[in-house]
Design a protein around this ligand. Structure first.
Ligand SMILES: Cc1cc2nc3c(=O)[nH]c(=O)nc-3n(C[C@H](O)[C@H](O)[C@H](O)COP(=O)(O)OP(=O)(O)OC[C@H]3O[C@@H](n4cnc5c(N)ncnc54)[C@H](O)[C@@H]3O)c2cc1C
Length: 394
């Protein structure tokens, strides 16, 4: 078992941290307030080779592992969770192609993402469906070799600025998961309508839109997954991206903790800095311990993916745990700042708003608990004899 980072990973972490401090942190508040899309920062991330982390070397990418990606993600998110979501949405959009695309699609689309600074978004969710992916209604009708898409996708991150969207649709809603296919949709295709940015509680610099699809013709070359296979690709994509959401949450929580330490050292109440009160020390100790645990779970889930193992369970655990940690830590950070925590003066207020999203997107915390409890009830192997075989006390 090895818990330390390699020299390459330490160098990657240093590079990502410098980028976060120099390019992301100075504009985090500006983009939060304007809710503009941080295209300039995303372009800088592309130029710094921090955008398309997971694209294999064969297609011109860096071919980094998921653990490497988590190291980068934690750093960028610690400067601004919203900008981090915008930057790493390309990984989410591209992952279905990495997992399910044929050789030609990988060469063409992944190659374009790497060589031409293109953005790609991901769309399973719809206005009436988010958690229940198998319940989607967006229709894919086969016409010869082509498919015709009709429906609406909702909450699509980066959708308003994307060149491509990986769209999931069904040949028949009654077929549930067996009907779901996936498509590569160039956003300039006739019939694609990108909605206006939808204002949000937090992560305001990430663009969120609806995507209307009206008689959108998808040529054979852009069919990514046939009926039934689409659902599998979507689930495998989540297993690969949920550890990164865990890393986002760790970065967000880490900054809230660091700001809390700084504030606790400075703020004097009843004649001494609040860092001297055990109630405050314990809050910070809780933060540190939970962040450490969240990072370990996140890295384990990513490591399993890198080993080619099925990480569905570990990624659900990591995402659920780290998201709750980010929410708890940012809430306690506001408490440590007292009234100032509630003002927009200090960054903890923003991190608190930003953190909430981790418990919602890419599978809510309840959905992660469903994955975990299903495993426990159906697959978990007991180490001890069954209850019936253990002597009861008299
Ligand atoms: C800012 C933002 C960005 C997003 N980006 C994208 C994107 O890029 N692409 C994309 O496809 N989607 C995206 N989403 C959608 C996101 O994945 C969904 O919002 C999420 O999966 C939850 O779906 P829902 O909102 O429909 O909630 P619902 O599914 O309606 O759930 C409502 C509540 O019920 C709970 N619930 C649901 N089912 C169960 C159950 N069986 N047992 C117990 N509780 C349950 C949920 O946990 C939740 O608390 C984004 C969402 C947001 C807010």
């Amino acid at each position: 078992m090895e818990f330390s980072l390699t020299e390459e990973q330490k160098a990657l972490q240093k590079k990502a941290r410098e980028f976060a401090i120099n390019e992301v942190l100075p504009v985090a508040r500006k983009y939060d307030e304007s809710e503009e899309f941080p295209m300039d920062v995303i372009k800088k991330a592309y130029d710094a080779n921090l955008l398309n982390l997971a694209i294999p070397k064969k297609y011109g990418g860096l071919g980094l592992g998921l653990l490497d990606a988590c190291i980068v993600v934690e750093e960028i998110s610690s400067a601004c969770p919203g900008i981090a979501t915008s930057i790493f949405d390309n990984n989410l959009g591209a992952e279905p192609i990495v997992i399910g695309g044929n050789e030609e699609q990988k060469q063409r689309i992944l190659g374009e993402l790497v060589n031409d600074f293109k953005l790609i978004a991901f769309a399973t969710s719809e206005p009436t469906m988010g958690s229940d992916v198998a319940g989607m209604k967006c229709l894919a009708r086969k016409e010869g070799d082509d498919f015709i898409l009709n429906g609406t996708k909702f909450w699509i991150t980066n959708g308003g600025h994307a060149d491509y969207i990986t769209v999931f649709a069904t040949i028949d809603p009654e077929k549930k998961h067996r009907g779901i296919c996936a498509f590569i949709v160039p956003t300039d295709t006739e019939g694609v309508r990108l909605g206006k940015h939808i204002p949000k509680l937090g992560q305001r610099s990430s663009n969120t839109v609806s995507v209307g699809l009206k008689d959108v013709r998808i040529k054979k070359e852009n069919v990514l997954a046939k009926p039934g296979r689409g659902f599998v690709v979507a689930m495998q994509t989540f297993a690969h991206t949920r550890p990164a959401i865990g890393a986002f949450a760790v970065g967000c929580a880490r900054s809230a903790m660091e700001y809390s330490i700084d504030y606790a050292k400075k703020r004097e109440v009843f004649g001494r800095p609040i860092e001297r009160y055990q109630a405050i020390q314990f809050k910070i100790a809780e933060m540190y311990k939970d962040i450490e645990a969240a990072r370990l779970l996140t890295h384990k889930a990513a490591w399993e993916a890198d080993q080619g193992m099925d990480n569905n369970l570990s990624s659900a655990i990591a995402k659920a745990f780290a998201s709750d940690v980010a929410m708890n830590v940012t809430t306690e950070a506001i408490q440590i700042f007292g009234g100032y925590g509630y003002l927009r003066t200090y960054p903890v207020e923003k991190l608190f708003r930003d953190a909430k999203l981790y418990q919602i997107y890419e599978g809510t915390s309840e959905i992660q608990r469903i994955v975990i409890s299903r495993f426990i009830m159906k697959q978990y192997e007991h180490a001890m004899p069954k209850l019936g075989k253990v002597r009861k006390t008299d």
